[in-house]
Design a protein around this ligand. Sequence first.
Ligand code: FE2
Length: 355
Amino acid sequence: MLGAVPAPCRAPIFLPDALERPALVRELLERTAPHFPVQRYFKSGAEMRAQSGPAALIIAPNFRADWATADSRVEGIEFFLENPRFIQAAARLFESDLVRPWGVYSNITWQLPFDQGGGHTDVPAFVGVDRRRYPTWLLSVMGHSRLFEKERVEIATAVAWFYRGKDGGFSYWPDGPDRPPRLHEGDLFNTAIMGDNDRMYHRVRPVGARKDGMLSGMTLETRLEYDGGDDWAIREAGETRARMRFDALRISVSWKGYVYRDAEQRRRHESEVGALDLDQVVDRFDSDLTARGIRFQAPADPLHDEAFVEVLTHAYVREPTVLAVTAPAQPAPPPPLGSASLRASLASKPEGGSS
Ligand SMILES: [Fe+2]
């Protein structure tokens, strides 16, 4: 059984040693280059705002590599996807040993000397409504609304860092968006935080110094390319915009696993028996918005109606209100594992995307 969700989210678990062989991450980054800007993963500005809050993002030197998703896995990703340290920490965090890893993606940032957004939560999943068929903005809004907790499928997220710089840390709000965040920064390499990141707000700290500026004029076609050895470059249509050494790239890799409360929930999620459908989702939003006195035009096509996205975003999506860090730096490492056997059943068919 899953443990009850303490408000506002489960307390994250700090892992001082994320991987047995962290050098494999660098190999994978090189092998899967080039990498593209993270904004390629959003379908519209409205979708981006629904997930990231009202501050529209410009295209910055922040690249993304999807290594395990609903549709594909890169060769050799098992060391990360099936890492027993993540699986065990997820089981501990959610108090259930039915952990099914499904997602791995990397974020690669170069000289982005600003906080990345105002703090966000990741994309949740629900029985019948997940990213196999529905846009991520809808899932995010459903999660924020807390109107679909009964149908929610818990997702454990580990963020692991492979960067030796002293900047580019991680702010997170385990006490909720209206309390001070905590900060993990300064000695990040091969550490990880396992969290309830669909409920726990978080964001990436500035990378590099403001005096060094930030590369501008990037587009969705800009590529981060590997040139061999320690050398990387940002190029646009064959023109080199910047060159950098590997150590200047701030690397984080996110791992995601479903955590089921029992075998029945897993069966329902995988088979979608008795699952939510879009009409039910819209009806539930409709009832709640109406009860709250929020007027809106019923959407003819809810998945492609930008005005409806805006209404839902305004009604349910919020950002942290307290940004100053005053709390201790990071959660304590977990105690040693007991004798509980942890059944990590791996998916024969991966699903989901990444966030
Ligand atoms: Fe996130």
